[in-house]
Design a protein around this ligand. Structure first.
Ligand SMILES: *[C@@H]1O[C@H](CO)[C@@H](O)[C@H](O)[C@H]1NC(C)=O
Ligand SMILES: *[C@@H]1O[C@H](CO)[C@@H](O)[C@H](O)[C@H]1NC(C)=O
Ligand SMILES: *[C@@H]1O[C@H](CO)[C@@H](O)[C@H](O)[C@H]1NC(C)=O
Ligand SMILES: *[C@@H]1O[C@H](CO)[C@@H](O)[C@H](O)[C@H]1NC(C)=O
Ligand SMILES: *[C@@H]1O[C@H](CO)[C@@H](O)[C@H](O)[C@H]1NC(C)=O
Ligand SMILES: *[C@@H]1O[C@H](CO)[C@@H](O)[C@H](O)[C@H]1NC(C)=O
Ligand SMILES: *[C@@H]1O[C@H](CO)[C@@H](O)[C@H](O)[C@H]1NC(C)=O
Ligand SMILES: *[C@@H]1O[C@H](CO)[C@@H](O)[C@H](O)[C@H]1NC(C)=O
Ligand SMILES: *[C@@H]1O[C@H](CO)[C@@H](O)[C@H](O)[C@H]1NC(C)=O
Ligand SMILES: *[C@@H]1O[C@H](CO)[C@@H](O)[C@H](O)[C@H]1NC(C)=O
Ligand SMILES: *[C@@H]1O[C@H](CO)[C@@H](O)[C@H](O)[C@H]1NC(C)=O
Ligand SMILES: *[C@@H]1O[C@H](CO)[C@@H](O)[C@H](O)[C@H]1NC(C)=O
Length: 806
């Protein structure tokens, strides 16, 4: 090929992400090939370019808007391939597009805002590939409007929220026309479209997010011997999973989120010997993992989570399946010991066995999985120690061992894991102290060790991890003081939970260095000295508008499982054809539970982004409440109860405009309840019981809703709510002291709330997405319809666009 000649006719600008064209392109009359995909080009940039001779145009993933006419599409009579996906084009499909671009071979208009009916496309007789999904089309759509596209091989449609009605009755593509790739996502289908009866060349079929009922259409496999991938996710298919009677070369089968029941076919490994990906999660399947699965030498990912499977993992399975990279068996009833010596899954990267009944020690067989990235064994019955060799994995970044019976110390070898980002060993029986030099990776973002029996002092090094987002050491036996050698560059910490230990000494003012601190729980310790006044330096409490934006934790990693078999036969000049590789993505959604005595709510996603709270209750704090606490305008919960705080309630508390819960009970506070507090409109919980307050109880605003129990044990208080007349003068008698010891009265009267945060990770879904050619980002967008769990696409898109506006 004459490269120079080619270059003169082609203009390829793959700057990705940044390119903007100011002032428009010059006159490019002779240009035949233009690829400006994945930039930030806006409409108007191409107006003077006179692109009448273009044959190939790729403007996918830009910022084009306006109608297709304005783009000049009607002048591009020589177009052979046109890719406009992921833009903001609007308006109807222009008649010239469906009438005049008769030599068009590939057309991708997906992910725009096109409206109106989809007209008959029957004049586009050269079309081989057509993608129309993710627009705002409306009206009826009949497959018949494609009936004359005798060359059509690839068709994608997803109606999402648009008002399109797919007519199921209408047939199209009777023989000899044969599709290779069909994706009808979220098209409101109740049955398998009947034209599929006449198809026998399908290589890919996706009918996910519809309302399909009945049995799994096994006949699609029998009719289409070349079928490689079948995705029927999120339908209402039921009954047992039937397989064809003879072997089939299927590579990828996903029927998650349906209503399948019964056992897996015993011969699944024999019938589908080449299978690489099997996802049957979220069904009602039961019984054992069939022995024959050990024969699936290519099996790369297996997700059977959230079913009712039981039994031990069969030996042929554990010693077979050498290609397995992802094994997810969460939320079933499996039992028995795992990772014996004969385990042979040496390529495992993701292992999720949480919420089963596995038990025994964590055995050495696991160590054969040298490439392990994620390990979740939580909520089982594992016992014994955390093995020392856990520090020998070179890639391990996500460890969840919570809620087991593990004992012994926290192995110091964890510090060898250079990529560790997430460590959860909470709710076990771990004990002993950690060396003050105990040092986790500088990448570590989340540390959960709560509800163990760990003792000694809190390692200083935790407070020097630059990436740390959350540290939860609640309910252990940690003693000594809170480390105060805090790096003021440590700005990522959002959640610091040290409650329920034996910490002593003052609250170090260095804690105020944490710029993003949202929730601080130091309750139930032996901390003494004053409440620091520096909390006004914490921007999320005092300055910024209460939204810290910390929503999701992403961990995503690519696999090298090179899966690029599909579509190599497609032959477009532009990259419509996905050249598939695979990427494993797992998403953890943050969820923090706030528990009060009469409310138990958990916050997650965007709501969590607004949660802010300070809990210093049940310590030995003394002195006045600093008036600065009143300036924490964006804080939603403050608990200073069960201390020995004295002085009066600062009037500045009237500035706590977002406060929902304020507990000052069980202290030695005196003076009046400032009447200005009635300005606090969000206040739902207010408790000052067991203090030495005096004077009238406010009754305006929210205060009309607080009853006697919130004021008890303050003999000097008066007012209608506590049924004690104020008389003409305030009482001067000193308050009685008995109430401090009167525990039963406390229980009756005091409202006690404890703020704590629980991190519940929900693996929202293991998303196996398509990795398209080397320009993977660009290609990903242009084939967004093929995203396997399409509802998660937006998340992934948000990730890709994360830095867009920087
Ligand atoms: C663009 O170039 C073509 C041929 O080179 C010429 O005929 C046409 O007038 C030019 N248009 C503009 C706007 O310069
Ligand atoms: C575009 O180029 C063609 C020649 O290829 C010329 O005839 C035509 O006038 C040009 N149009 C504009 C608007 O420049
Ligand atoms: C499209 O084709 C029709 C005839 O099929 C013709 O009348 C019309 O002018 C063409 N439109 C454009 C914009 O070329
Ligand atoms: C398909 O083409 C035939 C002739 O080739 C024509 O008679 C028929 O009307 C076309 N069907 C549609 C739906 O356009
Ligand atoms: C596909 O399977 C159905 C049901 O088994 C059958 O009726 C039909 O003839 C088959 N079609 C082809 C093309 O094999
Ligand atoms: C499942 O499919 C329905 C449409 O049938 C859709 O509304 C829903 O969002 C899908 N659920 C998920 C989790 O994607
Ligand atoms: C497999 O063969 C049996 C009898 O040989 C038959 O009853 C069954 O329907 C066949 N299954 C499929 C999926 O064709
Ligand atoms: C699943 O099937 C059971 C009976 O097999 C039925 O009771 C249940 O409603 C079905 N669930 C869904 C979501 O279709
Ligand atoms: C799960 O299977 C067990 C037997 O293994 C059975 O007792 C139980 O009822 C099943 N649970 C559900 C929800 O089907
Ligand atoms: C483990 O798998 C390898 C191939 O990956 C194979 O050669 C070996 O025999 C297997 N070992 C066992 C114990 O099955
Ligand atoms: C791909 O294109 C080349 C050259 O254009 C051609 O020779 C080849 O047959 C095409 N392959 C397919 C599968 O269409
Ligand atoms: C805080 O409240 C006091 C008393 O209500 C008021 O005088 C003061 O201006 C407020 N300060 C701020 C910063 O809002």
């Amino acid at each position: 090929m004459d490269a120079l000649n080619l270059w003169r006719r082609r203009l390829v600008l793959i700057c990705g992400w940044w390119l903007e064209i100011r002032g428009g392109l010059p006159n490019l009359t002779n240009l035949e090939f233009l690829d400006l995909s994945f930039n930030r080009i806006r409409s108007g940039s191409l107006q003077q370019a006179n692109l009448t001779n273009l044959k190939f145009l790729d403007l996918s993933d830009n910022r084009m808007s306006g109608s297709l006419q304005e783009l000049g599409i009607c002048n591009f009579k020589n177009l052979v391939e046109l890719n406009l996906c992921v833009n903001n084009f609007e308006g109807h499909l222009p008649p010239c597009l469906v009438n005049n671009l008769t030599i068009l071979r590939a057309l991708d208009l997906s992910s725009n805002q096109l409206t109106g009916n989809i007209p008959s496309l029957n004049l586009l007789t050269s079309l081989k590939s057509l993608s129309l999904g993710y627009n705002n089309f409306e009206g009826p759509f009949s497959f018949g409007s494609l009936a004359n596209l005798s060359k059509l091989e690839i068709f994608l449609l997803s109606i999402e929220d648009s008002k399109l009605q797919v007519l199921e009755t209408e047939n199209f593509l009777q023989p000899p026309n044969q599709l290779k790739f069909l994706s009808l996502i979220n098209c409101n289908l109740h049955g398998i479209p009947s034209f599929l009866m006449y198809q026998n060349s399908l290589e890919f079929i996706e009918l996910s997010h519809n309302k399909l009922v009945g049995m799994v259409p096994t006949w699609l496999l029998q009719n289409n011997t070349r079928l490689q991938r079948m995705y029927l996710i999120n339908n209402s298919l039921s009954g047992i999973l039937q397989l064809p009677n003879s072997t089939h070369d299927l590579l990828d089968l996903r029927i998650s989120s349906n209503n399948l029941s019964g056992q897996l076919p015993m011969n699944i490994g024999v019938i589908l010997p080449r299978l690489r990906h099997l996802d049957l999660s979220q069904n009602s399947l039961e019984g054992y993992i069939p022995w024959s699965m050990g024969e699936m030498k290519s099996l790369t990912s297996l997700d059977l989570s959230s079913n009712n499977f039981s039994g031990e993992l069969p030996k042929p399975f554990v010693s077979g399946c050498p290609s397995l990279e992802l094994l997810k068996l969460s939320n079933n009833n499996f039992h028995g010991e795992i990772f014996p010596q004969f385990m042979n899954m040496t390529r495992l990267g993701w292992l999720n066995l949480d919420n089963n009944r596995f038990g025994g020690k964590i055995q050495d067989g696991l160590w054969k999985a040298r490439f392990l990235l994620e390990l979740d064994l939580s909520s089982n019955s594992f016992s014994g120690q955390i093995p020392d060799w856990i520090g020998n994995f070179s890639h391990l970044s996500y460890i969840v061992l919570s809620n087991n019976h593990l004992e012994g110390g926290v192995p110091v070898q964890l510090s060898n894991l250079k990529g560790l980002g997430y460590l959860d060993i909470s709710e076990n029986r771990l004990s002993g102290s950690m060396a003050s030099s105990f040092n986790l990776s500088s990448q570590v973002q989340h540390i959960y060790m709560q509800k163990n029996a760990l003792n000694g002092s809190i390692p200083n090094t935790f407070f020097r991890s630059p990436s740390l987002v959350e540290l939860d050491l609640r309910d252990n036996n940690f003693s000594g003081s809170i480390p105060n050698k805090i790096d003021d560059k440590l700005t990522n910490l959002y959640f610091l939970l040290l409650g329920g230990n034996r910490l002593e000494g003052n609250i170090p003012h260095e804690l105020c260095y944490f710029k993003h601190l949202s929730i601080l729980d130091l309750s139930h310790n032996r901390l003494s000295g004053p409440v620091p006044s520096c909390f006004t330096n914490v921007p999320f409490w005092a300055v910024e508008d209460g939204y810290h934006g910390y929503l999701h934790l992403f961990s995503w990693v690519t696999s090298d499982g090179g899966d690029n078999l599909l579509f190599t036969s497609y032959n477009f000049t532009l990259s419509f054809q996905p050249f598939i590789e695979q990427m494993f993505v797992s998403l953890q959604e943050l969820q923090v539970g706030f528990v009060t005595k009469n409310r138990n709510e958990s916050y997650k996603g965007s709501i969590l982004g607004y949660m802010t709270g300070l809990d210093l209750s049940s310590n030995e704090l003394t002195g006045d409440i600093p008036s600065e606490i009143g300036y924490l305008r964006h804080i939603r919960a403050i608990n200073l109860s069960h201390n020995s705080l004295s002085g009066s309630i600062p009037e500045s508390f009237s500035n706590l405009t977002n406060i929902e819960s304020l507990d000052l009970s069980h202290n030695k506070l005196s003076g009046r309840i400032p009447p200005q507090l009635t300005q606090l409109n969000s206040l739902a919980i207010f408790n000052v019981s067991i203090n030495s307050l005096s004077g009238p109880v406010p009754d305006k605003g929210q205060f009309g809703t607080f009853d006697e129990s919130n004021y008890g044990g303050n003999p000097g208080l008066c007012g209608p709510q506590i049924k004690r007349s104020c008389g003409s003068s305030e009482p001067t008698t000193p308050p009685a002291t008995l109430s401090h010891e009167d525990e039963s009265a406390i229980d009756m009267l005091s409202f006690y709330w404890s703020l704590f945060a629980t991190y519940v990770t929900t693996i929202m879904g293991f998303v196996l997405i398509l990795w398209l050619n080397s320009d993977w980002r660009k290609r990903w967008f242009c084939f967004i319809d093929a995203c396997i769990i399409s509802s998660y696409c937006w998340i992934l898109r948000n990730v890709f666009h994360m830095y867009d506006d920087i």
